[in-house]
Unconditional design. Structure first.
Length: 577
C-alpha cells in the first residue's frame, strides 16, 4: 500500500493529475472565455461607434441599423460563449469529482480493514463529501481562470495599445503590482486551509463519538463536560474559519485598491488629454471616441484579476483537500475496477470452479503471525469448516481471504486468479443494514431482484411472517432496530441467496440463534452448497456434517515462527462429500 500511495507524493501532484484527466473540457472552456473577451472588446467598440456617430458626429439621434444589429449579435454571442464556458467547466468538475470518489472507494477497498477501523466513520464521511467537493471550485473556476487571467487582459491591452499606446502603457505598468501584493497578503492562506480541513475532520469524528456514547455519558453524569468539550472544539474551528475569511477579504481589498488607482490614472490621463493639458505623445490625438473606448475597457482589464483573486481561495481549499487525500490515492485507483470489465474482457466462468489455498499465513502487519502453513483445495459444492478457540485467528483468516487484510505469505487463488480480486460474499459476525425498507436491504447485492424472488428467499429463511403484514417496503430501523440478532443474520444470508457467488465466507452463521432458526440456516446452507464453495468459521458441531474439509486451529499454529512452511498442529480432517 505504501508503494501505491507514493505515486501521489503531494497535493499539487493530485491536482495536476485531475486537471489532466479533464484537460479537453477545460481547454475548451478557456477558449470560450478568450473568445468571449474578444466579443466584449467588439461590443464596446460598436457601442462607442454608435454613440459617436449617432449623438456627436451628426445632429439629432440617428442610429445605424447595421451597427445596432451587429451590437446585439455580438452581445448574444458573448452570452453564449460565457454559458458554454460555464457548462464545460462545470462538466469537467462533475466528472473529475466522480472519478475522485470512485478512486477513493477503490482505495478504501484496497486498504486493510484494520487501518479503516482506526479512523472515525465521520472523518471518512468528511473525506467523501467535503474534501471531494472542495475540488469543485478548482476545476470549474480556478483552472480556466488562471489562463484567462493572462489571455483576457492581453487581448484588452492589445486593443488599448492600438488605440492609444500611452494608456496601454499605464495599464501594463499597474498590472504586475496587483498579483505581487496579493501574493504577499495571501501567503498564509494555504496553511490556514490545511488546518481548516484537519480540524473539520477531527470535529466530525469527535462529535460522532460523543453521539454514539451518549447513553454512557449520561450514566457517568458527564453531559456538561462533554458539552463544554464539543463547544471548545467548535470554537477552535470557528477561529480558523474566521482567519481564512480575514485573508480573503484583505486580498480582495488590496486588489480593489490598486485596480481603482490604475483606472483613476487612466481616467486622469484621458481627461487632461482631452482638455489639452497634455499634448505630448498620443495625447494630442485623443478624441471622445477613443477616450470613451479606453475608459470602458480599463475596468474590464482588471476584471479577470478580480475573478482570479476570488477563485484563488478555491485553489487553496482544493490544495488543502488534495494534501489530505494524496497519501490515500494512487493512479491505479483511477482505473476501472477489474469487476467492472470482467463481463466484457473475460470468458464465462466455468460451472465447476476451483479454489487453491497454498501455504497461507495470516496476521496483522507489524505483529506476530496468527496462523501459517494453511493449505486447502476446494471445488464448487464443497465446504471448508474452520474451528478453534477464540483468539487463534479464525476471523483473520476470513478477512484475509476476502481481501480485507493482506496475507503475510502464501496465496489463495480461484481458477488461477487471486481470490481477493474476485467477487465473493462475506458475512461477518455483526450484520449490517441500511436505514431503508426490506426491499432496499435485499437489493444491495441484487439490484434487479423481483418481489417474488425476495419473498421466496425470505420464506426459505423463515422471515416471511415479518413482511407479511406491511410488505417488503416496510422500513427497517437504523442498524436493524426491532430485529433480533438471528433475524439480522438471516437477512444477510438472504442477500447471498439472491446474488450467489463462487465463494461464500461465513463467520459464525449460527451463533446466537435458537434451535429453530439454527436449523433453518443450516438447511439453507445445505441447499446453497452445491452451487458454491462455503468457507465457514463456527464452533457449532451441527455444521460439521456440511464440511468436506476441517481446519481445527490450535495454539501451536498461532505460535508458529515466521517462515514456517507447514503447520503440524493444524489438523485437516477430510469428510465424505
Amino acid at each position: 500500500m505504501a508503494a501505491m500511495a507514493a505515486e501521489f507524493s503531494s497535493g499539487p501532484e493530485l491536482l495536476r493529475f485531475l486537471s489532466q484527466q479533464q484537460q479537453h473540457r477545460l481547454r475548451l472552456a478557456v477558449a470560450c472565455g478568450a473568445l468571449a473577451t474578444a466579443c466584449l472588446i467588439a461590443q464596446w467598440y460598436l457601442l462607442c461607434t454608435l454613440l459617436f456617430q449617432g449623438l456627436l458626429a451628426t445632429p439629432g439621434l440617428t442610429l445605424s441599423p447595421v451597427l445596432l444589429a451587429a451590437l446585439v449579435a455580438v452581445m448574444l454571442l458573448r452570452l453564449g460563449l460565457l454559458r458554454a464556458q460555464e457548462v464545460l467547466a462545470s462538466n469537467a468538475s462533475t466528472t473529475g469529482r466522480q472519478a475522485l470518489r470512485r478512486a477513493l472507494l477503490q482505495s478504501w477497498q484496497h486498504r486493510p480493514v484494520y487501518q479503516l477501523a482506526q479512523q472515525s466513520p465521520a472523518a471518512l464521511a468528511s473525506q467523501w463529501l467535503e474534501d471531494v467537493d472542495a475540488f469543485d471550485g478548482y476545476l470549474a473556476r480556478y483552472w480556466p481562470q488562471q489562463y484567462l487571467t493572462v489571455l483576457a487582459p492581453l487581448l484588452i491591452l492589445l486593443a488599448v495599445l492600438y488605440t492609444d499606446w500611452l494608456a496601454g502603457l499605464l495599464l501594463l505598468c499597474s498590472a504586475p503590482l496587483i498579483p505581487l501584493f496579493m501574493a504577499l497578503v495571501g501567503m498564509g492562506a494555504e496553511q490556514l486551509n490545511q488546518r481548516h480541513f484537519l480540524l473539520r475532520q477531527r470535529l466530525a469524528g469527535h462529535f460522532l463519538d460523543r453521539i454514539r456514547q451518549l447513553a454512557t455519558i449520561k450514566r457517568l453524569q458527564a453531559v456538561a463536560a462533554s458539552r463544554a468539550e464539543v463547544a471548545s472544539r467548535s470554537d477552535q474551528y470557528r477561529q480558523v474559519v474566521m482567519r481564512t475569511l480575514k485573508v480573503a477579504f484583505l486580498s480582495s481589498a488590496v486588489l480593489e485598491f490598486f485596480s481603482s488607482v490604475a483606472i483613476a490614472s487612466v481616467a486622469l490621463y484621458i481627461g487632461f488629454g482631452l482638455l489639452g493639458a497634455i499634448n505630448w505623445g498620443p495625447a494630442a490625438g485623443l478624441t471622445l471616441f477613443s477616450g470613451l473606448f479606453i475608459l470602458l475597457l480599463a475596468p474590464e482589464f482588471f476584471q479577470p484579476l478580480r475573478s482570479f483573486a476570488q477563485f484563488y481561495h478555491d485553489k487553496a481549499s482544493a490544495l488543502a483537500a488534495a494534501n489530505q487525500l494524496a497519501p490515500l490515492l494512487s493512479r491505479s485507483d483511477f482505473q476501472p475496477a477489474a469487476a467492472d470489465t470482467a463481463t466484457t474482457t473475460t470468458p464465462a466462468a466455468p460451472v465447476v470452479q476451483q479454489l487453491l489455498i497454498s501455504q497461507l499465513a495470516v496476521g496483522y502487519p507489524g505483529a506476530a503471525r496468527l496462523q501459517a502453513g494453511l493449505n486447502a483445495r476446494l471445488h464448487t459444492g464443497q465446504c471448508l469448516l474452520i474451528s478453534g478457540s477464540s483468539g487463534l485467528g479464525k476471523t483473520t483468516i476470513l478477512q484475509t481471504l476476502a481481501g480485507l487484510l493482506p496475507a503475510c505469505s502464501g496465496s489463495a487463488r480461484l481458477n488461477q486468479q487471486p481470490l481477493a480480486t474476485q467477487v465473493m460474499a462475506y458475512l461477518p459476525q455483526q450484520p449490517w443494514l441500511i436505514a431503508g425498507s426490506w426491499a432496499d436491504n435485499l437489493r444491495l447485492l441484487a439490484p434487479e431482484a423481483t418481489e417474488p424472488q425476495m419473498r421466496q428467499v425470505l420464506s426459505e429463511l423463515g422471515l416471511a411472517e415479518l413482511v407479511a403484514e406491511s410488505g417488503l417496503y416496510r422500513q427497517i430501523g437504523e442498524q436493524g432496530q426491532g430485529l433480533s440478532g438471528g433475524q439480522l443474520q438471516r437477512v444477510q444470508l438472504a442477500r447471498v441467496l439472491l446474488a450467489p457467488t463462487a465463494v461464500v465466507l461465513l463467520d459464525e452463521p449460527t451463533a446466537s440463534l435458537d434451535n429453530q432458526s439454527r436449523d433453518i440456516v443450516i438447511n439453507v446452507l445445505r441447499q446453497l452448497k452445491p452451487k458454491t464453495m462455503l468457507i465457514i468459521v463456527s464452533h457449532d458441531p451441527a455444521l460439521q456434517a456440511l464440511a468436506d474439509q476441517h481446519w481445527q486451529l490450535t495454539a501451536a499454529t498461532k505460535d508458529a515462527t515466521p517462515g514456517l512452511t507447514a503447520a503440524p498442529a493444524l489438523e485437516q480432517v477430510q469428510h465424505e462429500a
